[in-house]
Design a protein around this ligand. Structure first.
Ligand code: PXP
Length: 236
């Protein structure tokens, strides 16, 4: 059965917008798990735009499914991962000023740095996954880094106009088959929504999807009515 890991970064985005105490990402993680999520994913960015180091420490204590931490392959992040010991680290590219991750890792251009980061994670007993585009050349380089899994970037499929969507899904299907043949566990994520997730969820080689923005966006809307009713009770 397909696993769902819920990315709760945007709970922290709302909190950091006011530098406030709420909403608390740890509570969101517990609620996602109560609803049946198979894992919790967070991205610790170099600029600490949403998740903070203290969030990761608390999540490590509280998450009872699997904690997957996305991070850049930097010395700082590998040091944090080695002491935090999440259940998995997903290495992602990080560009200063980007709104969100804009593409998969360029494994070809960064083979030495990525392999070194994977080795540091392995030495700490942490399996590594690489966030990677559905590109056969990049996929073929994933296994040799020592990574045991890849997360295929579904962003280009999610962003494609209707006329190009079928072509993008074929690329993901082929990438998933290639990675599975190479012995890698295959995950997917980025830009998936309630509307577009079906075709990706139907790919048999993909065992887990990482979804954040769409779930948190929906939570804001389906939860707003109750939140307003509760405040009306207090003010009247
Ligand atoms: N996978 C990776 C590597 C990501 O960087 C992100 C965004 O943080 C996601 C999955 C989740 O993407 P979205 O928020 O669009 O569902």
């Amino acid at each position: 059965m397909m696993r769902l890991a819920v990315n709760i970064d945007h709970v922290a985005t709302v909190r950091q917008a006011r530098r406030a105490r709420e909403p608390e990402p740890v509570t969101a993680a517990a609620l996602a798990e109560l609803a049946g999520a198979d894992g919790i994913t967070v991205h610790l960015r170099g600029d600490r735009r949403h998740m903070q180091d203290r969030d990761l420490r608390m999540l490590r204590d509280v998450v009872s499914t699997r904690l997957n931490v996305e991070m850049a392959a930097t010395d700082e992040m590998m040091t944090i991962a080695s002491s935090l010991k999440p259940d998995q680290v997903t290495l992602v590219p990080e560009e200063p000023g980007e709104v969100t991750t804009t593409g998969g890792l360029d494994v070809s251009a960064n083979q030495t740095a990525i392999s070194a980061a994977v080795r540091r994670l392995q030495d700490a007993g942490i399996p590594a996954s690489l966030f990677i585009d559905a590109d056969p050349d990049q996929i073929s380089l994933a296994g040799p880094t020592g990574a045991t899994a890849i997360e295929i970037n579904t962003g280009p499929y999610a962003d494609a106009p209707a006329s190009r969507r079928a072509g993008e899904i074929v690329k993901i299907q082929q990438a998933a088959r290639q990675a599975r043949t190479d012995g890698l566990e295959v995950l997917g994520g980025h830009g998936l929504t309630y509307v577009n997730v079906g075709l990706v969820a139907a790919i048999p080689e993909i065992v887990e999807l990482n979804i954040g923005h769409s779930i948190i966006s929906r939570a804001v809307l389906v939860g707003l009515e109750r939140a307003v009713r509760e405040m009306i009770m207090l003010v009247r």
